[in-house]
Design a protein around this ligand. Sequence first.
Ligand code: PEP
Ligand code: MG
Length: 755
Amino acid sequence: MQSPAVNQAMDILKQLRQVTEGQDEVSVKLSKIIRVIAEQTSSDAASVYVAVDDNYLELFASCGLNETAEHRLTIRYGEGLIGEVAKTTRSLAASEASKHPKYAYKAELGEDAYHSFLGVPLIRWNRSIGVLVIQSKAIHEYSRAEIEILETVAMVLAEIVASDEMSNYKKELIKERGLVTRERVKGLSLSKGYGLGQAVIHRRRQAVSKIFAEDKEKELERLQVAHRQMNDDLDEKLNSTKLGIGEHVDILDTYRMFAKDKGWYKKIADNVNSGLTAEAAVERAYEDMWNRLSATNDQYLKERLHDLRDVADRLQNYLSGDYCTACEVIKSNDIIVVAQTMGPADLMDYDYHKIRGLIIEDGTPTMHVAIVAKALNIPVIAKIKGLFNDIKTGDFVAVDGNDGYVYINPSLVIQEKFKTKIAEKQKLQARLDELKKLPSKTLDGVRIWQYINVGLAFDLDYIETTNCDGVGLYRTEIPFMASDVMPDVERQISYYKELMDKAGNKKVIFRSLDVGSDKLLPYWSAMGEENPAIGWRSIRITLDRRAILRKQMRAFLRAAAGKELNVMFPMISDVSEFEEAKETLMIELDKEKRRGTPVPSKVNVGLMVEVPSIVFQLEEVLKQTDFISIGTNDLAQFTFACDRGNPRLAERYDVLSAPFLRLMGDIVAKADAAGVYCSVCGEMASNPIEAMALIGLGYRNLSSTGTSFGRVKSMIRTINAGEVSDYVKSLLKSKKRTLRPQLMAYAYDHGIEIY
Ligand code: PEP
Ligand code: MG
C-alpha cells in the first residue's frame, strides 16, 4: 500500500498530466499548473520562477499573489528565500518566512498576509532552472511528506520549463519586449574589449541548386560580369580603406591576389565550358583545390584555403546578385558582425566605425580577419558552434572579448553592466587623453621617459596619440609574422622607414628578429622542439642563419639614413653572442659606407637583458654596449623557470616579490654606475603598480604598450619618486611570496592613481 503522501503526489501528477497534454499555450499551461498545485496542497498561494540567465529568476506564473508582478519581478540567485533555493538547489521551508535570516521583502508581490513558505528547486543538470513556491496565511510547519510531494511535482515542472516549447516561449517574450533576457555562449576570445549592438549576419554560403547549364555562353558571360564586378568592388574597398599600412595591406593584397588569380579564373571557366553553371563551376574549382590541399599539415596552406573559400563565397554572392550587405538592411550605428567564416576584405563590407564586435563560428587565432579586427580595436570571439541557430539579424548582442562570452538578447541588467563597462573605459580614456600634453613628471619633479612598444602597424598611431618620448621596442618579428613570405630588404626598409617617419625626431629602438618559441613565421615550419622557449630561437637563429641578420641590419641602416639608429639584440645569454651580433651590424655599416650608400648619423648598439646568465656578465656587457633594455617577460620566465604562457602558473610567482625586485634593482644600479642608458620594455613597464615599483628601484625609462601608456603616466604624475623609492627599498628583504598587496595599499594610502 502506498503512503498518503505518494497518493497525494499521484493525484496531483494526474491532474498535471491533463494540463500538460492539453492544447494550451505553454504560458496558459503554467498558470493552470500553478492553480492545481495551490488547490491540491491547500495553499493560499503558489508561484513559479524561471531562470532567465545565469544570475536571475523571473516570476512566470502565480496564483494568490499580485498578478501584475508576473514577468516583472526578477530575483537574483541568492537573493531572499527564493534566490537561496535557486542558489543552493535545496528546498527551504519556513513557518514564519519574514523571520528567516534570508528573507527579502518584495512589495510588488502582495504577500504581506502570508506567513509560511515552502520553496523547492526545479533542477536540470545539477542546476536550478527555476523555483516552485507554495505559501499559506497560517503559520504552518511543513512536514517532510509535504516537502517530498512538492519536490515530486517540481520534477514534472522542470521538464516543462526545460522543454523546447518553453524555450520558444522565452524567445518570443524577448522579442516582444524588444530586448530583455539572456543566453550566454562561451567562445574563444581573439581580441579583447566589450561591445554592444545589433547583430548583422554576414552572408552565409548558399547551396548550389542548379548544376548543369542550358546555355554555356550565357553562363560564361555571367561569370565574367560577376568576376569583374567583384574585383572592381574589392579594388575600391581596399584602396579606400583607412586600415593603415604595413601588414594589413599585405593581408588584403593576398586576398586580392586570389580574387584576381588567372589560374583560378581559368579553372572556373573550364568547368563552365564542360557544361556546369557558373555557380557549380566555382564550387568545383574550390573542391579541386580543397582535395589537393586539405590533407597537408602545413598551417600556412590551410589558412590559404580559408582565403580561397572566402573569395569563392564572395563570387557566388555576385553571381546571385546578392552582394548588398546586411549593413544596408540595418541602419544601426552599433553593429555586431556575425559570420560563419570571414576574410579580411569582408570586414570592409561594413563601416568599421560602427562595428562593436565580431563573432565567428569557426575561426583560429591566426585568422587574418582577427589580426585586422584587433588592430581596429574590435573585440572578436570565435569558435562558437551552432551559432546561427541562436542569433538572427537584428538580435541584440553583447560581446565580452575579455572572457570570451557572447550574450544574445541579454537582460537589461546585463546590458547595463556592458554599458557601464564601455562608458567607464571611454571616460577613463578621455581622462587619460587629457594627460597627453602634460609632462611625465613625478610630484617631486623627477622626469620619467615614457616610450611605447610597437609591433602592428596600428600601434604606430600611438606615437602621436600618446605624445610619447619615442619607441622603446619595435618588435620587428610582428610584420614578419603577418607577411606571407619572408620580407626582402626593400620590403623591410619600407616597414622601418614608415616607423622612422612617424617617429620624426623621437628615439626609436629596433630589435632584431625575435622569432621561434610562440612566435612562428607562416613560411617556416615549426621546429618541433621539446622546449621551444629555451630552444633554437631569437638571436640563436639569426646568428646561425647569418644572412637573415645581415639583411635586417642592412635594412635598418638604410631606413635610418641620416638619423640616429638604435639596434638591440634579444635573448643574449652570453656576451660573445652580443659581440658577434654587434660585429655583424658593424660589418654591414662598413659595407654601406664603402658602397657610398647614405648611413645613419649615429649608430647605437644595445641588448636585451632577458636571460639570467647575462645579469652575471653585466660588468663586461656594460663596457661594450650603448644601452640595455630589460625584457621582464622573459627575464621572469627564466628566473622563476615558469612558462610565461601557461595560465596555471600565471599567479604562482610574482615580479613584485623581493628576489625579482632585488634583481631588477641590481641591474639598474650597475647600469647607472657605468653611465649606460637602461630601460624596461617588458610588461612590467605597462602595469602601473609594477611600473611604480620600477621607478622606486631607480628606473627612469619605461616602454609600455600604447594602450597602457596613459594609465602609467597617470601613476607617474601622482607619485613622489623619493618616497616610493624609500618604501620599495624597505620591502626588499621581505620573505613574502608577493609584495603586490603592500604596494597596492601604499598607492591607495598615498592617493596614487592606479587604473
Ligand atoms: C620581454 O621578454 O619582456 C620582451 C619585451 O620581449 P617579448 O615579450 O617580445 O619576448
Ligand atoms: Mg622577450
